[in-house]
Design a protein around this ligand. Structure first.
Ligand SMILES: [Cu+2]
Length: 331
């Protein structure tokens, strides 16, 4: 009994815990998401009112039956009129909600003038990210974290390399699927600088729940600085340990699957690691990027994220330490 009442008193808090924060459609970070929020509220209120009315009519009907139903031609005519009116009202409500939904969502695929184009490719279970630029030497590849300038329209072009994934950043836009062989796009503008969380929203296999990505919205000046940093090659190792780590990285299987620009490592099966040390998380949002978590991940990726496509590469303790130091230095 005590447990039940405690649970009941926690319930509102539990239900509302999902309503705010960096992954919530109810806290829009931009104009398109604002439209979607109004749409959600409109649907909730209208459907709530309809539900209440239906319950009231049902209660009235049960009550009248209880207290004796009037019969005869006049009563028949009256109930026929009532049913007709209710049907017409339902049709009007459905048309109204359909129109509202069309108006709120039809701008979602169309970006404004001069959009920043970001290509996102979903793979089991991580995100490849390419920043497009009219001049090819400013186009670059990264993974699992997106930076966007506030105020500028963003056009995200979506593709998939294996199965269907879905790009969903609730604070910024609706969902859009990434489908192998079919190119989709999604547009949004972010007004509020901040950190938002995106999550794969289409079941895509064992580690579907661990396929997330942070979106960092920042003022144009800091975005430009970030982009220049990403375009540049990473700094050279600045001590013996990092230099040893780089040798391990390029000498072992790592280089067959991962790229670090400026080194012979040019694999594409796994995330680009050129600036992995500058990203907030590794393994698609699972762990914060620290030297320790990098070492833990490399030592045993299959325990942290069972079934993922990175194998355990046998290493000595010194090799592992050096690798972690090197990767953490790739800012
Ligand atoms: Cu997915």
């Amino acid at each position: 009994m005590a447990a039940t009442s405690r649970l009941a008193s926690c319930l509102p808090a539990l239900l509302c815990a999902g309503c705010g924060g960096w992954q919530s459609a109810l806290q829009p970070g931009g104009e398109q998401a604002g439209h979607l929020k109004v749409l959600i509220q409109l649907f909730t209120i209208v459907c709530g009112i309809v539900w209440l009315l239906v319950m009231l009519v049902l209660a009235a009907g049960l009550w009248r039956r209880h207290s004796g139903t009037p019969t005869g031609a006049a009563a028949e005519r009256r109930s026929a009129r009532l049913v007709g009116a209710a049907t017409a009202a339902s049709v009007l409500v459905i048309i109204g909600l359909t129109l509202a939904s069309y108006v709120a969502t039809h701008g979602l695929a169309a970006a404004g003038a001069d959009p920043l184009v970001i290509r996102v490719r979903g793979s089991q279970w991580w995100w490849e990210v390419t920043y497009m630029d009219p001049s090819p030497d400013r186009t670059f590849l990264t993974a699992n974290e997106i930076h966007v300038p506030v105020g500028r329209p963003i056009r995200v072009e979506l593709a998939a390399s294996d199965v269907i994934h879905s790009f969903w950043a609730p604070n910024l836009a609706g969902k859009q699927d990434l489908i192998p062989g079919r190119d989709n796009a999604l547009s949004f503008t972010v007004d509020q600088p901040g950190l938002y969380r995106e999550q794969c929203a289409e079941f895509c296999g064992l580690q579907h729940a661990h396929m997330a990505m942070l979106i960092v919205a920042e003022p144009a000046a800091s975005f430009d600085a970030w982009r220049d940093g990403q375009i540049a090659e990473p700094p050279a190792p600045n001590d013996a340990e990092q230099a040893a780590g780089r040798l391990v990285f390029t000498g072992k299987a790592c280089a067959a699957c991962h790229t670090v620009r400026g080194t012979p490592a040019a694999g594409t099966l796994g995330p680009d690691l050129t600036h992995v040390g500058s990203r907030r998380t590794i393994a698609a949002g699972m762990l914060p990027t620290t030297r320790g978590s990098l070492a833990a991940w490399i030592a045993d990726p299959q325990t942290i994220k069972p079934g993922n496509n990175m194998p355990m590469v046998p290493l000595t303790a010194d090799e592992l330490n050096a690798l972690a130091a090197y990767l953490a230095s790739l800012k």
